[in-house]
Design a protein around this ligand. Sequence first.
Ligand code: FES
Length: 146
Amino acid sequence: MSSPTPSTASPAELRHWHEVAHAPTAGTVLGQRDVLQDGSATMLTWPVPEGDGAAPSTETAVFRYLLLRSGSDVKAYVNRCAHFGVPLAARQELLKFQPHVRLTCNVHYAHYRWSDGLCTAGDCEGESLLAIPLTIDTDGTIRIAP
Ligand code: FES
């Protein structure tokens, strides 16, 4: 029996960021640390939207991720709730988070720990956001680690 394709896999069947549909390859630049405020959680997509820079709709075929900055450290997670596999929020201004502490899904309010993406309360307690391994260049460029 073949394994499910990324587009049909349920949230519980996905264990790694690279199994998610439209995931970029290792080495891809995800952002610049210095443009992220300390304590910020930023919703981004890859590839970067063209044109007016407006965020793509939730139906658009892109890879959605979150960058979380704490001091010189940056964490990246796939923006995909472990409960229903949807983004934690439809738009940046709707994203709920407590800086350096946690993210909260906007749908059923699952809480995810900032430091490792573990769901600590909610319908998917014990599961996790899919972490994306990073390297940060000396100039602050954030890349997916090999
Ligand atoms: S979809 Fe996120 S908590 Fe239900």
